[in-house]
Design a binder for this molecule. Structure first.
Ligand code: 4NP
Length: 154
């Protein structure tokens, strides 16, 4: 069993999109019993809410389900529970590091999965409005992440 937690700021745009996309790819590969996927935000404003309308639109357009995906805040015991903690941008990473136990979290930055891209952070579509761009990055990065997890852990 291997587990991955995506982290963004609000947990309604980028990280729930990544959660749904990766879970879909895992299911297509028949690996749902082997890999646990979740997402969380460093902020607490949207706890309990489903994904943002823009995220839902991209998932709907691509036939990806998001049933039960609900915002929550990242917490210290996530650092023990999850093998990979994948942050969408640098500030998410520094906020995780500041939490108790965060200095030990095994952090990855999402854009490190896509070294050929000039962008080094996943832009926040809550502010840019560009959910298409974020979907394309997340879709490509999740393919790389799944291959990495298969190579290293399964
Ligand atoms: P996310 O986007 O971090 O990709 O979920 C945001 C959602 C909400 C807020 C900021 C970013 N907010 O400030 O409420």
């Amino acid at each position: 069993m291997v587990s991955v937690l995506f982290v963004c700021l609000g947990n309604i745009c980028r990280s729930p999109m990544a959660e749904a996309v990766l879970r879909h790819k895992i299911s297509e590969r028949g690996l749902s019993q082997e890999i646990v996927v979740d997402s969380a935000g460093t902020g607490d404003w949207h706890i309990g809410k489903g994904p943002h309308e823009g995220t839902r639109r991209m998932l709907d357009q691509n036939g990806i389900g998001y049933e039960g995906v609900k915002a929550r805040q990242v917490q210290s015991d996530d650092f023990e529970k999850f093998h990979y903690i994948v942050c969408m941008d640098k500030s998410n990473g520094s906020n995780v590091r500041k939490l108790p136990g965060g200095e030990n979290a095994k952090l990855l930055f999402f854009m490190d999965l896509l070294p050929e891209e000039e962008l080094r952070e996943v832009p926040d579509p809550y502010f840019t409005g560009n959910f298409e761009q974020v979907y394309d990055l997340i879709n490509a990065g999740c393919t790389v992440l799944l291959e990495l997890m298969i190579r290293e852990n399964l």
